[in-house]
Design a protein around this ligand. Sequence first.
Ligand code: NGS
Length: 282
Amino acid sequence: NTTYNGPNVTDSSVIKQCPLIPPNLAGPLVVNKTPPELSVIEVKFTDVKPGGKGSPSNCKPRYKVAIIIPYRDRPQHLQTLLYNLHPMLLKQQIDYQIFIVEQEGNGPFNRAMLMNVGYVEALKEKTFDCFIFHDVDLLPEDDRNLYTCPEQPRHMSVAVDKFKYRLPYADLFGGVSAMSRGQFRLVNGFSNMFWGWGGEDDDMANRIKAKGLHISRYPPNIARYKMLSHRKEKANPRRYEYLKTGKKRFATDGLTNLKYDLIDKKKYKLYTWLLVKLTPPQ
Ligand code: NGS
């Protein structure tokens, strides 16, 4: 007469949950701005699985994380980011996948809309818990900056070398930011109205506040990044106007009216690539 007491936790065949704090973090990282060719990186990164996926082999990850990178025409930046990001994410013992969401055509760039697309398309693959929205030109400098699901939306790129490692203003939510699946749905994602540079992240900060959430941050000695240099993009002259009137559109402008065509999708070794044609909202 034996009673079953559930799985034996001392049994080495049962994989345990990963520790809350990953054990092999180093702290400050050596950032490399001159990476080898992509084909060389692909061979070198044996722990990265096709589609740009990684997960720990010896413990059960706590978080399923989609890294969403809005993109167009920055191959050098992409190569550099992938070279620096994958090793850090592998050490963080998360279950992750990198999505490059590329805007088709030469029209004004819509970073926010690409991130909305990334959220929707990533969820077709897996029920990710957490979404990290990541500019292609920002390289993390410390592996204690965990790419995990925050209790509150988390602004990750707190201290950037370009701003002398000081936060330019308190409500900044641009660069790299993290939101849970539920938080992003709650705020209806990003606005689809911001074509050209600027403002879309400030509108998201307003959405976050309007839903009673707040922006959280790691300390600046950890949430550090180097920015790769590039030409300044053309700013959207209407961004202040849209910001001012944003509140009345929070419920109707975002995930709820997102329109796009997925032109192509490929799983490369180091990332999942989505080519997207955006349709401006009516
Ligand atoms: C603000 C922009 C934000 C932008 C931030 C930092 O002025 O979208 O600068 O930009 N807001 C408006 O234009 C209304 S950065 O220098 O990092 O490119 O994120």
